[in-house]
Design a protein around this ligand. Sequence first.
Ligand code: 2NL
Length: 349
Amino acid sequence: MGAINGAADEAALEAVRVGALGKKGSVSEQMKTLGKMTPEERQVMGPALNGLKVKLTDAINARKMVLEDAALDARLTAETLDVTKPVLVGPTAEGRIHPVTQVIDEITVIFGDMGFAVAEGPDIETDELNFTALNFPEGHPAREMHDTFFFNPKEDGERLLLRTHTSPVQIRTMRSQEPPIRVIIPGRTYRCDSDQTHTPMFHQVEGLVIDKESHIGHLKWILEEFCKSFFEVPSVKMRFRPSYFPFTEPSMEVDIGCDRSGNEVKLGEGDDWLEILGCGMVHPNVLRNCGLDPDVYQGFAWGMGIDRLAMLKYGMPDLRAFFEADVRWLKHYGFRPLDMPSLVGGLSR
Ligand code: 2NL
């Protein structure tokens, strides 16, 4: 009895049980001697041993319950649960969406609502798709303006390159789809250029609309709606200035009104201007190069730098930090993965 109540844990108690009631336990051994006794002795010893067995079993079970309760109490104290902690743990709570990805998602949501699809293409392109089809004549200085990264020429003399803009994807789209076409093309672009405001790899979103009667009025409305949605302001002042791109005619650069009097730029209002994109009517030569008859089809296109838009909207001071993969920077400027941009829920939170 002392051994039972002195057992410190369930394993010790089990050892005591086996020692007394197991096959070779002390009580079991005594039971075996019953057969050799006289009937008189058996009549006394039988009930006595059975009584002992029942008493020991009861005591062991009682002790077992006490030990089980104690073990549970110990676990409950050791494994406390702080219900005031945030519910989300792990990658979905810790990880962050890069501002460039966030801005691409926001732009996709805005143009998606206007009926645009997203098109993508390879980063490594041919000279034909990056330049020739886009109405850059051979030897034209605009080819040099793009500071292109070229690969070594192949055996047949063809020189591949890293696309200097996302426009080759529009060429691919026009060559593979029938108008009406409404696409936006987000992606990486490359130019051999590096300083405070330029990185050799950067991001662009271009847009393209081709139909029978798409005109500059549609272009202006689409861009105005985009700017209001993207900068999350009720109205924007816009200015279209004449410009030049080989692939559009006429070509324009677009500024939006802003206020730089405070510490940060306020967009949509004020007396200053900020250039945000270039656009124009698709050049007839480009349409022809894609097998489209310029007397039947016309359209417009625009292009903008996403990294700069992200800096403007979210106040990051240095472009180079975008591509340094510093998790501390990402923790500060990044976005929560489950806060996906939407027009009803809000683009940014
Ligand atoms: C800029 C200006 C622009 C386009 C891109 C384009 C593409 C095709 C045909 C015609 Cl396939 N145009 N894209 C048009 C005007 C401007 O980008 O400053 N981007 C950062």
